[in-house]
Structure formats: C-alpha cells, structure tokens
Ligand binder design. Sequence first.
Ligand code: TXA
Ligand code: MG
Length: 331
Amino acid sequence: METVIRQPDEQSLAHAKEIINKGGLVAFKTETVYGLGANAFNEQAVKDIFTVKGRPADNPLIVHLADKSQILWVAKSIPPLAKKLIDEFLPGALTLILERADNVPSVISAGLSTIAVRVPSDKTANAFIAWAGVPIAAPSANTSTRPSPTTALDVYEDLKGKIELILDGGECTIGLESTVIDARTETPVILRHGGVTVEQIEKVLKVKVKTNISDPKKPIAPGMKYRHYAPNALMYYVSYDKPEMVEKLYMQCQPQKTVVMAIENTLPAPKDYQNFCSLGIDARDAAHNLFRVLRELEKQYEVIIAYACQEEGLGVSVNSRMKHAAGENII
Ligand code: TXA
Ligand code: MG
C-alpha cells in the first residue's frame, strides 16, 4: 500500500472520510501528537489499529470527538466533576475516563466498562473528525514502543506502507500526549501525566488530585505498564536532584557515541560534554522537543543520557516520558 502525506484541504479531507467510511485508517495531526484514527463504531477497523501499531490488545484506545457536545455519543453520563473539567479544559489536551455507552464496541476499551474521551483543539484534528462524521478511535500514530510522532514524517517513518493517508498539519504544538484523568469519582485520579498539568487541574477543581501511575502492578491506564517511547539507543534517565550522576555516567561511556540531553542552564557544565543536546529553555520547550529529539539522536548515538526536568508543571509529564523511554535505567 502506498502511503501519501497531504495537507488538510477539501480534497484530502474528502479522501480521509472515504477511507474512514470503508473501515480504513488515517493518521492525523493533533495538538499533542499525531493520532492513528479509525471509525470507533467499526470493530474490525479498530482491531486493525492494534495490528498496524503492533499494540497489545489489553491497552485501550482514546475516542476523539470534534465537539464536546458529542460526549454522550460514547459515554453513559457526565458526572459533575467531569462537567467542570470539560467546561474548563475541552477542547484541549485532557482525556476523560467515563462510563462507556453500550453502543461503543468494547474492543476500543480492551474490554473495560469505561471509555477514554478526548476533544482535540487542533484544527487539522477537528476538521478530520468533523468530516469523518463519526467518533474516531485513535492511539498515537507510532509503532508500539517507539517515541510518539510529532510530525507527519515521524508517522511515515513508522507506518509507511501500512496506511493510506497521513493528514499533515505541521509540527504538534504541545509535543507530548494528553493528560488522562479518571473523572467518574469525587476524587479525580490522574492515570497519565500530559499536556494539562496537575497544578492547572487542582486550581479548577479546588481539590488535591490523586495519581495512579507509578505502581506498575496496578496501573489503571493499562498503557502505562509497557516500555514506551523508547529510542533505538541505550537511554539513561538521571533525576533532577542528582546532576552529578550525569557526569559519572558520562565518564563510563565513549564520548563520541554518547549524547547528554537536558534543558539549558540546568546542568553545571554542559560544555564538558562532546555532544550536548538542548531540549530548550524550559519544560514547555522540552515537551515540544523531546520525542523529535529522541528520533534524531537515535540515528547518531549509541547512548543517550537524559537529565530530568524539575518535578513541577509540564516537567512532570516530560519526566514521565523520559523514564518510560529509559526502561530500567533510572538513576
Ligand atoms: O494526546 C493523546 O492522548 C494522543 C492523541 C493522538 O490524541 N493519543 C494517545 O493515545 O496518546 P495512546 O493510545 O497512545 O494512549 C492512550 C492512553 C494509554 O495509556 C491507555 O492505557 C489509556 O490512555 N486509556 C485508554 N482508554 C482507557 C480506559 N478506558 N481506562 C484507562 N486508561 C485508558
Ligand atoms: Mg501512545
């Protein structure tokens, strides 16, 4: 199958609609990362997403809607807490876990009784979903375990020959995935850190939110138990409070094959490293750049030493991705 990359216009959107109608897959830009979409009501098309990505069947998908008024197409009800989050953050980088409506195939949720719902704010995503005219089930458009795609070319690198069309809306603004929050209960639980920060959510809800992320034996968001976002290189994650460990690790590596990656002005002496990759000047930049940089660095180096961001705001989300990418190598 030939994979074409097109900017969103009437012709390509009509083509996208046609592909979705006949049960095919379309990759599309969102404000977080590129998604790989299928008609959420077409069970076979949803199954094909898992096949194309090589995704484990127990890792549920998010359903994307063009407008927040459509949430009851896929969810049974909107509890008061969810209503507040919807009013404040949607459209945007927040995914809500709600009770799944009976007409939504359970394969999307990997058999769970819940459904993850997201309304993107990006204009390419919205145009595509609106044209398709159905809710769109979509994970990130990378091969499972690879860094998520933030450009059409990243999608092409992973999925060429496997899908017909990539809707190219340019580089994703946020650069990492949405925050996933269980919004069914009085006390909200964050299942994945992402584009909307804990601080932003707490400010709106005026309660402390819980997180259920670090216990790999009991993750409520099944996706968080897998090694993820991993580049084809040996990657180390060094915590923000241990900057001296970056140098120690570096001393054990071959300088020409090794790169140190960090936000500017956070490591004591970045000039000491033969290869230093800046993630930008703050956590927002790091979120925007991380996945793209991982895809670039894996082509040039054998070892990536990633120095964490401060554990606040978007830094928490960036650190979570870096840790997953590093697998066991967390210092
Ligand atoms: O920003 C995003 O969320 C991107 C764009 C394309 O929208 N999508 C994305 O999808 O990151 P994916 O499939 O790569 O990650 C979805 C996450 C996984 O960790 C999955 O386990 C969790 O959401 N999830 C999905 N449905 C769930 C459910 N019913 N209950 C708990 N967690 C769920
Ligand atoms: Mg993903």
